[in-house]
Design a protein around this ligand. Structure first.
Ligand SMILES: [Zn+2]
Length: 175
């Protein structure tokens, strides 16, 4: 029996969400956008994703209002992809998913996320346990964890070795 390509028969908000973000690579593109990756080539080298697939995912995410395409250079024309409020709203899900992956499938932490104001590591949904507040992404500091490759090949991974705030554009050495 062939499986349908969508979950149209499901009356479920999770199924509805998966229609948008359930394809392979999609949530990783959103993750990178939250880390501050904005440019096509940066997504490409960081994710190691086939070009056609990346183009398709960026198109879907833009059409769904999760990323917004912005022109940052006129000649030659160059666009970047900036995460919208709708995309930012996926952060607690990604945070929880990351912790779930670590808890059930092991591995040393690759990245540490902490509340920049107080230095406390974020809770399972991106909240600060010490301050008792949801932490705005601009106040989340991302640091390399012990499981991260200290000498990665691509410039985006190298840039992400430095502590940075989420959403702040990634600055690669080549830029
Ligand atoms: Zn705090």
């Amino acid at each position: 029996m062939a499986l349908g390509k969508d979950y149209a028969a499901q009356e479920c908000s999770i199924a509805r969400a998966l229609e948008v973000v359930g394809e392979r690579w999609t949530l990783l593109v959103v993750r990178d956008a939250l880390y501050g990756v904005r440019r096509y080539n940066d997504f490409l080298v960081h994710l190691g994703i086939p070009r056609a697939v990346l183009a398709s995912r960026l198109q879907t995410l833009t059409a769904e209002g999760i990323l917004e395409k912005r022109r940052y250079q006129q000649s030659p024309p160059r666009d970047e992809y900036v995460v919208t409020d709708r995309g930012v709203a996926l952060w607690p899900t990604l945070r929880a998913l990351g912790l779930w992956g670590r808890e059930h499938y092991g591995g040393a932490p690759l990245r540490i996320f902490r509340h920049a104001v107080c230095g406390t590591e974020l809770g399972a949904y991106g909240e600060c346990p010490a301050c008792g507040t949801a932490v705005p992404l601009g106040d989340v500091e991302m640091l390399p964890g012990p499981g991260l490759d200290p000498d990665p090949a691509d410039p985006v991974s190298r840039a992400l070795l430095r502590p940075k705030r989420l959403l702040t554009p990634v600055e690669t050495d080549s830029a």
